[in-house]
Design a protein around this ligand. Structure first.
Ligand code: PLP
Length: 389
């Protein structure tokens, strides 16, 4: 059966060039990078190259990159470092639409003595900047904002916010897991202190990530152990995955242009094709400031999960809400924070593309999806009463 993979915000295929680059570090070069002989030194040198490649994608210096096991670890490391290095401050801020990696950590901290401000968004998922600035105080330890929303693709103006936040002496972290490799970045020119990224969102394998730590930022490790990563993250390095992340970063830098032209055009084609064929379909989120690969569409009066199951029978992979929340019937906290009505939030589907998608695949989805929606609506009491009323 044909397979059309449109769930790249959940995870991505490992690029063939990445597999090629990492394999020798699983098969042949197994030396511990901390050891003293030639084979081990070679792995240490390769890690150094990977660090420079990741730094290159961000516009950072290699010493500012700390390899971790995933985006979640990078997020936790950043927030714990920010609060442990400012022990007298008891207030922390984030938005209401963060990924669970930040959301659940902040909720944990709220139950453990921290005063937490969750900044609201408007109906298009845009941050309420006045609310944010009004709630900053002498007591604020850290502001953490995602660069791009994983469900809607909406971009927050993190560089602008970082400038304001830093001017008031507060640490600024961004969860850039969905943004890295999809939009250009020049982190050195911003006031961002800490930035999280994850390998499996940019065609490296699962289980590797990185944290950018601006030179001079106060830091304390999350994983306390050996001297790896310049004393910033204990634990023997996951060499092959770090090599993979380095290669993926290099590839992503070369594909940024394509991501923002061809992939964006495919996303727009998908979106307009669906909207033209399906009544009561609504795009969720700000379409102006958005990732080039993502669209989140609500099909009113039906369940997103049913749409996914029927698309799956035709080989189409997409997502309703974020992968982590599927399995629960609660509509996504992101769409709820945006005030999307229940009838629309329940029927939301996220399509997220990559450079591996083709026009033929998009046309296949545009052809197959409308009859699915029609069949589901024919069975939906909500649709029938909306039509009658
Ligand atoms: N932050 C965002 C915005 C994400 O989309 C994800 C994964 O979906 C994460 C953090 C967590 O990354 P990881 O799966 O590497 O832990």
């Amino acid at each position: 059966m044909k397979m059309v993979y449109l769930d790249n915000n959940a995870t991505t295929a490992v690029a063939p060039e990445v597999v090629e680059e990492m394999l020798p570090y699983l098969r042949d070069h197994y030396g511990n990078p901390s050891s003293m002989y030639g084979m081990a030194r070679q792995t240490a040198l390769k890690i150094r190259e990977s660090r420079a490649r990741v730094a290159g994608l961000l516009g950072a210096s290699p010493e500012e990159i700390v390899f971790t096991s995933c985006g979640t670890e990078s997020d936790s490391t950043a927030i714990w470092a920010a609060i442990r290095t400012t022990p007298l401050k008891r207030h922390i801020m984030t938005s209401r639409v963060e990924h669970s990696a930040i959301k659940n950590l902040y909720e944990y901290l709220a139950h453990n003595g921290y005063r937490v401000t969750f900044v609201p968004v408007d109906g298009k998922g845009r941050l309420d900047l006045d609310y944010l600035y009004d709630h900053l105080s002498e007591d604020t330890a850290v502001v953490s904002l995602m660069w791009a929303n994983n469900e809607t693709g909406v971009l927050f103006p993190v560089a602008e916010v970082a400038r304001e936040v830093k001017a008031r002496g507060v640490v600024f972290h961004t969860d850039a897991v969905q943004a890295v490799g999809k939009i250009p970045m020049d982190i050195d020119r911003t006031d961002i202190d800490l930035l999280s990224l994850s390998g499996h969102k940019l065609h490296a394998p699962k289980g590797v990530g990185a944290l950018y730590v601006r030179k001079g930022t106060k830091f304390t490790p999350f994983m306390i152990g050996g001297h790896q990563e310049g004393n910033r993250r204990g634990g023997t390095e996951n060499v092959s995955s770090i090599v993979a992340l380095g290669k993926a970063a290099e590839l992503a830098a070369g594909l940024l242009e394509e991501e923002n032209t061809r992939v964006k055009a495919l996303r727009d084609r998908l979106e307009s094709g669906i909207l033209a064929a399906v009544p009561h379909a609504i795009i969720n989120g700000d379409t102006e400031h958005r990732l080039p690969n993502t669209t989140n569409i609500s099909f009113e009066y039906i369940e997103g999960e049913s749409i996914l199951l029927m698309m799956d029978e035709l080989g189409i992979c997409a997502s309703s809400g974020s992968a982590c929340t599927s399995g629960s019937l609660e509509p996504s906290h992101v769409l709820r924070a945006m005030g999307v009505p229940y009838t629309a939030a329940h029927g939301s589907v996220r399509f997220s593309l990559s450079v591996y998608n083709t026009r033929e695949e998009i046309d296949y989805v545009i052809e197959k999806l409308p009859p699915i929606i029609e069949r589901l609506r024919a069975m939906s009491p909500f649709w029938k009463s909306a039509q009658a009323g």
